[in-house]
Write a protein that binds this ligand. Sequence first.
Ligand code: PLP
Length: 351
Amino acid sequence: MLRPGVLQRYWDWLDLPEHTVRLSLSEGSTPLIPMPRLAKDLGGGFDLYVKYEGLNPTGSFKDRGLVAAVGEAVGRGARTVICASTGNTAASSAAYAARAGVRAVVLVPEGKIALGKLAGALAYGATVVQIQGSFDHALALVREATQRYPIALVNSINPYRLQGQKTAAFEIVDALGRAPDWLAIPVGNAGNITAYWMGFKQYHAAKGSGLPQLLGVQAQGAAPLVLGHPVEHPETVATAIRIGRPARGEEALAAARESGGRIIAVPDDAILAMQRALAREGVWVEPASAAGLAGLAAEIETGRLDPRGKTIVAVVTGHGLKDPDIILRQAVDLPSIPPRLDALHPYLLAD
Ligand SMILES: *Cc1c(COP(=O)(O)O)cnc(C)c1O
C-alpha cells in the first residue's frame, strides 16, 4: 500500500487554503522509538520515547512544513520559492520544489552549514547562494527579496509550515493513545515547538487527548529565549539551532508557559554527550536534535523535573548523516593494519 504524506493523512485537521497542491514524498509517519536504556541511565521509573524525525524524506522534520508551504505557494501560482536556512530548510524546500517542478533559491550563512545539508540542497537542484553573514542576515535579505520580486517565501514565518509541522503532535497522540506528560524539543527559530503546541491543543479540544508540559531547549551560545534578548553572534555546534533572533520566539515562550513547562539552555558538551548516548542506543541524530534530550537529562539530574511514572517524548529533529563531520572530527586516528589475522588480533579482544 502507498504511504500517505502528512497532507493526505491529516488534511481535514489542517488550516490550509483549498488551492494548496497536495504534494507528497510520504513525509511524516515517523516512528516513536522506546529508549529504555537511556531512561534507566536517567534514573528510571518512567517511559521515554524519541520521535525520530530524521526518518523524513530529506532527513529532518522540516519536510512536514515544507510540503505544506511549497504546496500552497505552487497552488497560487508561484514558480520560485526562496528561504534562508541553516541547512535543513534548504534541503527540504529544494526537494519539494523539485517535486512540484518549480525553482528553489536558498540563502545559507557562508561556512556555517553542515555538509549533508548543503549537498542535499544541491542534489535537489536548488540555486544555493552563500551569504557573508549569519542566518539572521540571510533571513532579513529573504524578506526584502520577497517584497520586491514575485517569489514565495517559505521560511518559518510562513504560516503554512506550522500547519504541516503540527502533524507530528497528532502522530504522537495517535501512537500513544493520548498526549505524553512531557515533550522535550530543541528550539531554534521556535517554529516547531509552536507547531507542536498547536497540534496538541487542537487534538485535545477535539478528542480530550490531554496536553503535555513543554520543555524547549536552546544551546547555551544561542539562547535568546532564555536570556530575554536577541543574541548578536550565536555560536553552537548545533548548527540547526544557531539562531539569535527566533522568528517565533514570543509564541514559543507563550506555549511553554501555557503548558506549565519552560525553555532552558544547555552547553554544547552536554548536547554532544547526548548525541553519543543516543547513538549508543542505535539512534544517530545531528547535534541540534540531541538538545531536547540533553535538556531533559539536565532537568532530571538537578531535580527540577521528576520523571517518575511519567511518559516523556523527546523530539529528535534530524538525521546524523546530515552532519558527518562532527563525528569524524572526534574520531582521531583509526587503526590501519596489513590484511593478516595476527595484526587484527588485538582489536578483536578489545572491549
Ligand atoms: C530547524 C531545526 C531545529 C529547530 O527548529 P525550530 O522550528 O527552528 O525551532 C532543530 N533541529 C533541526 C535538525 C532542525 O532542522
